[in-house]
Design a binder for this molecule. Sequence first.
Ligand SMILES: [Zn+2]
Length: 104
Amino acid sequence: MSYNARDSMLPIGTDKCRCTVCGLYLNSSHAFEKHRVGYPERRCRTVEELLLLGWSTNATGHWITAKRPAGSVTCGVGAAIGSKSYSGAGVSSMPLGMAVSVAG
Ligand SMILES: [Zn+2]
């Protein structure tokens, strides 16, 4: 797929991306991958789900994943060390049933 019209939200040379399914702008391909859930049928998390997960939008309006607490293992190092035991199947473990009941 090629970009016909340059999207100012997607500057060349950055890792920012836009989901063609839900239309959200993500600050990185990592964030993009994280907002897609489900197997074998993938879907996008809703904005409500993202907010519950602690996601937020940055100054440019791109979604960013939850900030990690200071002092925790960073993504790269942790992934390298823990990759043996982490299968990546944990995405579906979030209790989506909790997504309601936050009214007023
Ligand atoms: Zn999406």
